[in-house]
Ligand binder design. Structure first.
Ligand SMILES: Cc1cc2nc3c(=O)[nH]c(=O)nc-3n(C[C@H](O)[C@H](O)[C@H](O)COP(=O)(O)OP(=O)(O)OC[C@H]3O[C@@H](n4cnc5c(N)ncnc54)[C@H](O)[C@@H]3O)c2cc1C
Length: 316
C-alpha cells in the first residue's frame, strides 16, 4: 500500500497546484523530540486553510491515513515505515493576535495552531495576560490544545472560548467553528472528537500586572529546569498522573520502583525525573516503547495501577 499511496499522492500533486511544500519519505524521527521513528509517505507543510481542506479531501477520497504533528514534543513514532501522511501546519497558521476586549464574544486572544507555545506565553504576557503556568512547555498551540497541556492544576483548554478546525461537513472537509464549554476539557485530555485538524484557537483570560507575570514565568521555568531533564531527548512526562487525590504521582511511583536510570537498548528512565523516558543513546522507537512497557509492568505489580500514556504513540 505504501507504494500505491505514494503514486496516488504524486498524481494528485501533478494534477493540483499547491503552494504548500511536500517532502517524500521523510524520517519521522526528525519531527519528534524523542528523535526516533521510521519513514512516512510524505509530509505536507500546509500554509493555508484552502490547501488544508483540499489535501484532506484528497486523502479521504484516496483512503490514505494522516497524522497531524505540531512540535512533535509529545509523540513517539514506531520504527517501521508508516503508511500515512504527516500534516504539519505553517504559514497562515503561525500567528498570535491580541485584540481589545470584545464584550460580546469575550474572545480577545487568537492564535494559529502552528504558533509556538513558548512564544505564546511571552507575547500574551507582554499584553498583561497570565499563561505563566504554560511556561517552559515546548511545542505548538495546536498540540497544546489537542492534549490540554499544563498540569494537574490547570490546562490551556480552561481558557478556550472556541476553536476553528478543518472538519467533515456533509462528507467534505471545510473550515468549521466549535464553541468550547467548561465540560470539554479534563486533565491532559480534550474531549471533543469532532475535529481532525485544529487551525485556530480563541481564548480569553483575566489581565494582570506584566512584571508579576514575567516573574512567574521566570520562576516556573526555573522550577522546571531544576526538576526536569530539559536538555535531553524526551517527550515530557511519558505517563499521565493519577488523580490529584492519589498518594503518588506517576514519577514518584516509577522512582519508588527503583527505575531511575534503568535502561533498555538506547532508552533510559531519566535520572532527574522518573516520568521522563529519554533517548540517551540512539534509541529506536521500539527501545523507548519496550522501556515504557517495563515501567508500566513494575508500577502495576507494586501499586496495582495501570499507567496511562500521556505521549501519543503512532504506528505501535
Ligand atoms: C521537556 C518537556 C517538558 C514538557 N512539559 C510539559 C508540561 O509541563 N505539561 C504538559 O502538558 N506537557 C509537557 N510536555 C509535553 C508537550 O510539550 C506538550 O504536551 C505540548 O503541548 C505538545 O505540543 P506539540 O505541538 O509538540 O504536540 P505534538 O507532539 O506535535 O502532538 C501531540 C498530539 O496533538 C495532536 N495535534 C498536534 N497539532 C494538532 C492540530 N493542529 N490539530 C489537531 N491535533 C493536533 C497530534 O496529532 C498528537 O496527537 C513537555 C515536553 C517536553 C519535551
Amino acid at each position: 500500500m505504501f507504494d500505491l499511496n505514494t503514486k496516488k499522492i504524486k498524481k494528485f500533486l501533478r494534477d493540483t497546484t499547491l503552494e504548500s511544500e511536500v517532502k517524500f519519505f521523510q524520517e519521522t524521527s526528525g519531527f519528534s523530540s524523542l528523535k526516533a521513528g521510521g519513514k512516512c509517505i510524505c509530509i505536507f507543510f500546509v500554509i493555508n486553510i484552502k490547501e488544508l481542506c483540499r489535501i484532506l479531501n484528497f486523502l479521504k477520497k484516496a483512503d490514505i491515513s494522516f497524522y497531524v504533528i505540531g512540535g512533535g514534543t509529545n509523540t513517539l513514532f514506531a520504527d517501521d515505515s508508516i503508511d500515512a501522511v504527516v500534516i504539519k501546519l505553517t504559514g497562515d497558521f503561525d500567528y498570535v493576535k491580541i485584540a481589545a476586549e470584545n464584550k460580546k464574544s469575550g474572545n480577545i486572544i487568537s492564535a494559529g495552531a502552528a504558533y509556538s507555545l513558548e512564544r505564546f506565553v511571552v507575547e500574551t504576557a507582554k499584553n498583561g495576560f497570565d499563561f505563566s503556568f504554560l511556561a517552559g512547555i515546548p511545542g505548538t498551540v495546536g498540540g497544546a490544545v489537542a492534549g490540554n497541556a499544563g498540569s494537574l492544576q490547570s490546562g490551556i483548554c480552561r481558557y478556550l472560548k472556541s476553536i476553528r478546525y478543518a472538519g467533515l461537513k456533509e462528507h467534505s472537509f471545510s473550515s468549521l467553528d466549535a464553541k468550547i464549554s467548561g465540560d470539554d476539557y479534563a486533565y491532559r485530555s480534550f474531549k471533543l472528537d469532532i475535529f481532525p485538524v485544529i487551525t485556530d484557537i480563541h481564548l480569553t483570560a483575566d489581565s494582570s500586572d506584566r512584571t508579576e507575570i514575567f516573574k512567574k514565568i521566570r520562576n516556573n521555568i526555573k522550577i522546571k529546569k531544576s526538576a526536569q531533564p530539559l536538555n535531553t531527548k524526551n517527550a515530557g512526562c511519558f505517563f499521565k498522573n493519577p488523580s490529584a487525590e492519589a498518594e503518588y504521582s506517576s514519577g514518584e511511583m516509577i522512582d519508588i520502583c527503583g527505575l531511575k536510570g534503568f535502561k533498555y537498548g538506547g532508552a533510559r528512565v531519566s535520572l532527574k525525573h522518573a516520568n521522563f523516558l529519554e533517548n540517551y543513546d540512539n534509541a529506536s522507537g521500539e527501545d523507548i516503547y519496550i522501556l515504557s512497557k517495563i515501567v508500566k509492568d513494575f508500577v502495576k505489580k507494586r501499586f496495582k495501577i495501570d499507567l496511562e500514556y500521556e505521549v501519543k504513540l503512532v504506528g505501535f
